[in-house]
Write a protein that binds this ligand. Structure first.
Ligand code: S3P
Length: 170
């Protein structure tokens, strides 16, 4: 039985695209907590924030992480805020290797500037919000088992690097 690969990092870090590619290459199922929440609630993340608020969203996120942490052989992408909760970190570490997909705020902003499903960035200056969130959250992201610098790398290069590390440690 192989450990899960858990992808963490800020919005726009590429967790979903890297996760999908890893899932194809390793033939292991892909789980995306944001998609699970949207399916479960039959609403977009934006709608969930608008209707019920962030605290409700975090509760759903924590519950899902608790459940998926019990599984194996999965590729897991979690929302950018989920790694701020200590229980989530401990749960995910039990059965998984955590990879932090690291990128600069400018780089993250380039990837998400056309998205309209990121409630925390609905503001006049989303780049500024990303800069602040990175300062606030990076101490926890650095609790990952491995740090993958994604800047200037192709999707293939990133997934190859992760697979190499994963195989070497499995
Ligand atoms: C959030 C990140 C989003 C989503 C929600 C909150 C955050 O996921 O979970 O909008 O707090 O950083 P992505 O990191 O996949 O965009």
């Amino acid at each position: 039985m192989k450990k899960n690969i858990v992808l963490v990092g800020l919005m726009g870090a590429g967790k979903s695209s890297v996760g999908q590619k890893l899932s194809q290459d390793l033939m292991q199922a892909f789980i995306d907590t944001d998609s699970m929440i949207e399916n479960q609630e039959n609403k977009t993340i934006q709608e969930i924030f608008d209707i019920y608020g962030e605290a409700y969203f975090r509760e759903l996120e924590n519950n899902i992480i608790k459940e998926i942490s019990k599984t194996n052989n999965k590729i897991i992408s979690i929302g950018g805020g989920a790694f701020q909760n200590l229980d989530n970190i401990l749960n995910l570490k039990q059965n998984g290797f955590i990879f932090y997909l690291k990128a600069s705020p400018k780089n993250l902003f380039e990837r998400i500037k056309n998205s309209n499903n990121r409630p925390l960035l609905n503001a006049d200056n989303p780049l500024n919000i990303l800069e602040k969130l990175l300062i606030q959250r990076e101490p926890n992201y650095l609790k990952a088992d491995f740090i993958i610098n994604t800047e200037l790398k192709t999707l293939n290069e990133i997934t190859e690097e992760i697979i190499k590390v994963y195989n070497a440690n499995s």
